[in-house]
Design a protein around this ligand. Structure first.
Ligand SMILES: Cc1cc2nc3c(=O)[nH]c(=O)nc-3n(C[C@H](O)[C@H](O)[C@H](O)COP(=O)(O)O)c2cc1C
Length: 411
């Protein structure tokens, strides 16, 4: 049925016109329905500022014409960086961010006439922290499904006081994000990082584990901190996992009997945090990348259908659909149809944006060029996992050359 609907899309939504209509989030108008999803380049400076390749990427995104540019994961503290080049916004480097944001906005206006909304994704990498290039995991609780035969030492489990200290880091990050000119902040709660992992900390003792109230406490506190430290026009949002695809009691949004979703807690949480804009996602790119970064139709279908359950439950909220890139040159038509049919309010593009930075303009003006689209080969992820800076190996010569070099030393 759904496949048929998707197939119909190509015929029915020929114009994709709905993508070109504005959306309001609070007092902020977003010019169109296309979102550039957060895409980490692992190319900041040692101190966490954007570097040459970061600036290059965002200046390209500025020319895309997308209504939202969702800035990649930016660490709230050094220990929570996923790699030594992950962005990390601080008092010392904030001027670099101010400059980049000014450049993005002015370039976007002069080249496309569209002023994009810029959201900063605030993160703590938790289990996947590697601030010095080697794993230094900070975990909510042990997870035998992920750790398998190499259980992490219990001293890797963060204490309740440690979590409270990170809440303070979020407060600093939120204030800085608004100061440097972002239009909003994403309290990132997805893909297995600390905030997401706490949601399924059923086996954890203390204030942040066990019951629904405890497991969601850190996330709710961070959202409330963001609300209390910013002006009313500043957007507070979250990129939120609604389903981890990791068996209960080690995954969130899980049916207790099998690996099917049970969205009752995720929907309850969405009600509780009361945010107007949400970027819905699922899975864990380290454990089940096929869920998070689809390379087949079944994963795309899962993402569409579960996102629709959120949009159906909260018709007034602005819900962003993830993982549309696999649909290649037809992605815009599918996205338009998904919006028309009430699956979501906006559509997000991750890998497509680095392969084809002007995709949004082309999508809005007649369609994508099949010679420029992402082919979901996974080489951008491979580069990242080898500890390199990353980008599109197929469509961007800089990374084509780099890939050959990195692969000779990364076995
Ligand atoms: C190289 C790479 C970097 C990514 N970085 C982030 C990130 O910083 N934050 C995030 O929430 N998701 C990140 N993602 C996930 C994407 O935002 C997106 O959810 C995923 O690629 C699926 O969407 P797509 O099919 O449009 O690519 C990354 C994905 C890739 C491949």
């Amino acid at each position: 049925m759904f496949e048929k609907k998707l197939a119909d899309t190509i015929c029915v939504s020929k114009s994709g016109d709905i993508l070109n209509s504005p959306v309001k989030v609070g007092n902020v108008t977003i010019n169109n329905r296309i979102v550039i999803q957060p895409m980490e380049g692992c190319d900041g400076t040692k101190s966490g500022a954007p570097d040459e390749l970061t600036n290059r990427r965002y200046n390209r995104f500025a020319e895309s014409g997308a209504g939202i540019i969702w800035f990649e994961a930016v660490a709230v503290e050094e220990r929570g960086r996923s790699n030594p080049r992950q962005l990390w916004l601080t008092e010392e480097n904030k001027d670099h961010y101010k400059r980049l944001i000014f450049d993005i906005k002015s370039r976007a206006l002069s080249t496309t006439g569209v002023l994009p909304v810029l959201i900063m994704q605030a993160t703590h990498s938790g289990r996947y922290s590697k601030p010095k290039g080697v794993p230094e995991p900070i975990i909510a609780c042990n997870n035998p499904i992920i750790e398998m035969d190499k259980p992490l030492s219990p001293d890797r489990i963060i204490t309740d006081d440690g979590i409270k200290r990170i809440e303070e880091s979020y407060a600093e990050a939120v204030k800085l994000a608004e100061e440097v000119g972002f239009d909003g902040i994403d309290i990132k709660c997805c893909h297995g990082y600390l905030n997401n992992e706490l949601l399924s900390a059923y086996t954890r003792k203390g204030e942040y584990g066990g019951s629904y109230e405890n497991r969601t406490r850190f996330f709710r506190n961070c959202v409330n901190i963001a609300k209390s430290y910013t002006n009313s026009d500043f957007i507070i949002t979250s990129r939120l996992n609604i389903y981890d695809h990791i068996p209960y009691p080690y995954g969130w949004g899980m049916n207790k009997e099998d690996v099917n979703p049970d969205l009752s807690e995720p929907l309850r949480l969405i009600e509780d945090i009361n945010l107007d804009l949400l970027n819905i996602t699922m899975g864990n790119p380290y454990y089940n990348p096929q869920v998070n970064r689809p390379v087949d139709m079944s994963a795309v279908k899962r993402m569409f259908e579960l996102t629709k359950r959120v949009q159906d439950a909260f018709p007034e909220k602005k819900i962003i659909l993830s993982a549309v890139t696999y649909l290649r040159e037809n992605a815009g038509y599918y996205a338009a149809k998904a919006i028309e049919e009430g699956y979501c309010t906006m559509a997000g593009f991750g890998r497509m944006s680095i392969a084809y930075p002007k995709f949004a303009q082309d999508m809005l003006n007649g369609g994508l060029d099949s010679r420029k689209v992402c082919i979901t080969c996974g080489k951008c992820t491979e580069l990242m996992r080898c500890g390199s800076v990353t980008g599109c190996v197929i469509r961007d010569k800089y990374y084509t050359d780099l890939y050959k070099e990195v692969m000779t030393r990364c076995v």
